[in-house]
Ligand binder design. Structure first.
Ligand code: MN
Length: 422
């Protein structure tokens, strides 16, 4: 299943005049100049969000999994799905691979396919949270932090191999998330576990090519429930700082305890030049991995308000790290992409100069007025215009449904298939 720009442009034609009316109206009430909007469109057009190879199928919980039809059966089909998302949205021009779930059989062919779809390879992800068939040592009691040097070596070697796979695909970064930790008080020596982790990460870091980055993810609990070795941004920053200039912290929105002020963490990490990237998702209680922007769109917006302090001068890795249990995975991902773009666009609208002045004046009321003026602006006509100019769909989900893309995928791949991954 392939969707070309010609076809999308033809489909856009039918709703073009309605879009033009909305876009004209948007600019008329905005009181900003045309050049202001052109600048916004340029910045928004550049926003590319990586789709993880494990999020293209239906996810599951520990209670069960209810797969839909037409899910991708291999890496080629996953890449094809990302190509569809990119063609429809214009903002999904990257894929993030999970090793060993998605080891390419034919690297040259995969690279060629990606190039044809306009998709690049974002960070590669290692997996030391589950044992693979035939694995000699077990990660049951940890990987990079394990008490046994042989297990640590296995995990280090795996991460180095992941970097090598990434190099072959022209990826430029590796994300390390560890499930290491303890379920019970007294089970693990906090200090020794951290020191062993640092030592293991250093060996992986030393394997990085010069133009690569390493992202160190943190998470307060799960699958270990008493402690995790890299439990928060402080531990992640500490590791990234000790490892060297190629190491950064990675913020997964679901990896915080309820009510954590994530936007403040973003600000602090950026201040230290150590914010590397994001895993976007949304949650009500824990690491729920729900559609981005479905529960707390205001928080997402506030995060982008902070990000914009440094977004022009730094390059961040953006990825959606969500699990789709009840929606069509592709529709869910289109909603997530749109939510990220909405938050970004709204954050661009914040009158920074006025906000800075109000902050310095301690005019608390005005600060809130300025922030919420941007948040309450419906930026969807602006985003549709960005998509139109980039040859993407004015309404990605409507077009996905109109063209019956899922039915076509089911016909091609079958109604009972299970994508590899979580
Ligand atoms: Mn993540």
């Amino acid at each position: 299943m392939h969707l070309d720009h010609q076809r999308i442009a033809e489909e856009n034609e039918a709703i073009l005049s309605a879009h033009q009316t909305q876009w004209d109206c948007f600019r008329t009430v905005s009181s900003q100049s045309d050049s202001y909007w052109e600048e916004c469109i340029t910045r928004l057009s550049a926003m590319q969000i990586a789709i993880p190879s494990w999020a293209l199928g239906t996810g599951g919980t520990r209670f069960g999994r209810f797969p839909g039809g037409g899910e991708p059966r291999n890496l080629e089909e996953k890449l094809a799905d990302v190509g569809l998302l990119h063609a429809l949205s214009g903002h999904a021009g990257a894929i993030s691979l999970h090793i060993p779930w998605d080891i390419p059989d034919d690297t040259a062919a995969i690279r060629q396919q990606a190039e044809e779809l306009g998709v690049v390879f974002d960070a590669v992800n290692s997996n030391t949270f589950q044992d693979q068939d035939g694995q000699l040592q077990s990660y049951k009691f940890g990987s990079l932090s394990h008490t046994d040097a042989a297990v640590r070596q296995l995990a280090v070697t795996h991460n180095q191999e992941v970097i090598d796979y990434g190099k072959a695909l022209n990826s430029k970064s590796i994300t390390v998330w560890l499930s290491d930790g303890a379920n019970f008080p007294g089970q693990q020596n906090f200090r020794r576990a951290f020191e062993r982790t640092l030592d293991s990460l250093q060996q992986i870091y030393d394997h990085l090519p010069n133009d690569w980055r390493m992202y160190v993810e943190y998470k307060p609990y799960e699958p270990n429930f008493y402690s995790t070795v890299i439990q928060d941004w402080g531990s992640s920053l500490l590791l990234a700082s000790k490892l060297g200039p190629k190491a950064y912290s990675l913020v997964d929105l679901g990896h915080h305890l309820p009510n954590t002020n994530i936007e403040q963490i973003v600000s602090r990490l950026m201040m230290e030049g150590k914010l590397g990237g994001f895993h976007f998702n949304d949650s009500k209680y824990g690491d729920d991995d729900l559609t981005v922007g479905s529960i707390k769109p205001y928080q997402l917006f506030l995060i982008f308000v902070e990000l914009l302090e440094g977004i022009a001068s730094e390059s961040f890795a953006w990825m959606i790290d969500a699990s789709h249990n009840v929606k069509d995975p592709l529709e869910d991902l289109m909603q997530s992409v749109e939510a990220i773009l909405i938050a970004y666009a709204q954050a661009l609208l914040v009158d920074r100069q006025a906000l800075n002045a109000a902050q310095e004046d301690n005019d608390v009321t005005l600060c809130q007025e300025i922030i919420q003026q941007a948040f309450r602006t419906d930026v969807r006509p602006l985003l549709a215009e960005v998509r139109r100019r980039n040859g993407a769909a004015l309404h990605p989900i409507l077009l996905f449904r109109k063209l019956q893309i899922r039915s076509a995928l089911i016909e091609e791949r079958g109604s009972k298939v299970l994508a590899t991954g979580l």
